[in-house]
Ligand binder design. Structure first.
Ligand code: G3P
Length: 209
């Protein structure tokens, strides 16, 4: 019963629609009506500037870390590593679902990347560092945040399955699910990438001029 309540709490934490509340409270707009229409850090960066973009990213990552760390409220999980990892995966995924389908914002949220990243930080920090490295490399080479997010999530699955050689079945499934989920939430970005109309990160765009 306690586990169910914690999963529900993780969903509610993930549901905090940071980008939407920031855009409504401080700018009187709904971020979903501007830019890519996504309620995430990248679009906040694009529409409201780097300071608010960084703020939204920090809070969205923190949501994943906090929600996934709720396992500490069940003492049993402090002693059994496999069960703990499995429960953390459940908590983290609940937060990511909340981020994508937030109860506090008409179930239209972001693409889940920042909250997924927070979840990975809490579960396997070294894998998170590897994902950041891939993300930054792709971003440096292409300047597409969306492509960087997609390739970092695919890299996460490859790291877990082949480099870290994770044995826990649920965790292996989770790694594959992360890649699939990010591809699914980025379908519009993939279409734009294929059409050559995807946005590049603004800060580097200015440098092009
Ligand atoms: O995490 C979202 C990012 O990968 C793409 O955001 O606003 O360009 O669709 P956006």
């Amino acid at each position: 019963m306690k586990e169910v309540l914690l999963i529900l709490s993780a969903y509610l934490i993930g549901s905090i629609p940071t980008a939407i509340w920031v855009s409504r409270s401080f700018f009187g707009i709904d971020i979903r009506d501007y830019g890519s229409g996504n309620a995430g850090a990248t679009n906040t960066f694009r529409v409201l500037g780097s300071r608010w973009g960084c703020f939204v990213m920090a809070v969205d990552v923190l949501k994943g870390v906090v929600a996934t760390s709720l396992y500490i409220l069940v003492p049993y999980y402090l002693h059994d590593e496999n069960d703990r990892t499995n429960f953390m995966v459940g908590l983290g995924l609940a937060a990511v679902v909340g981020h994508i389908f937030p109860i506090w914002a008409e179930f239209r949220g972001g693409k889940g990347v920042a909250t997924l990243f927070g979840m990975i930080i809490a579960i396997q920090p070294l894998a998170a560092v590897c994902c950041v490295a891939v993300f930054l490399l792709v971003l440096y080479l292409t300047r597409f945040v969306s492509l960087s997010s997609i390739l970092a999530s695919v890299a996460f699955a490859v790291f877990i399955l082949y480099i870290f050689d994770e044995k826990e079945t649920l965790y292996r499934g989770f790694a594959i699910a992360v890649a699939l989920l990010v591809v699914l939430t980025h379908q519009k970005n993939i279409t734009r990438l294929l059409r050559g109309s995807e946005n590049k990160i603004p800060i580097l765009k200015y440098r092009d001029r």
